[in-house]
Design a protein around this ligand. Sequence first.
Ligand code: SF4
Ligand code: SF4
Length: 101
Amino acid sequence: MPHVITRTCQGTCNTACATVCPVDCIHGPIPLAQLPAATPRERARDHPTLQLFIDPEECIDCGGCVEVCPVDAIYPDYAVPEPLREDIARNAEFFAERDAT
Ligand code: SF4
Ligand code: SF4
C-alpha cells in the first residue's frame, strides 16, 4: 500500500517530497540536486514533463511527502483518483527500468 506520485507533479517538481522522505525512496530521471536551485518558472520551462516517482518496495507509508507537496500530487495508492490510476504502475515501472540498467 505505498504512496504514489501522480503526473500532477509535472511542471512543478520542486523535490520537496524527496527532501522529507525518511527512507530516500523518491527519485526521478535526473539528479535531484539540479532542481531546487532553479526557479519554479525555470523548472516548468526546462523540464515541463519531469516528475518524481516513489519506489513501492521502499515506501513505508509515513505520509510525510503528502504534507509538503504544493500541488497535491501524492496519494496512498488506494486513494489515487480514477483519471490518474495508471500512474500507480508508472511509479513501479520507473524503478523496475532503473534497476534493470
Ligand atoms: S509516504 Fe513516507 S516513505 Fe513513502 S514516499 Fe512518502 S515520505 Fe517516503
Ligand atoms: S513535492 Fe509534489 S510537486 Fe514537488 S516533486 Fe514532490 S510530488 Fe512533485
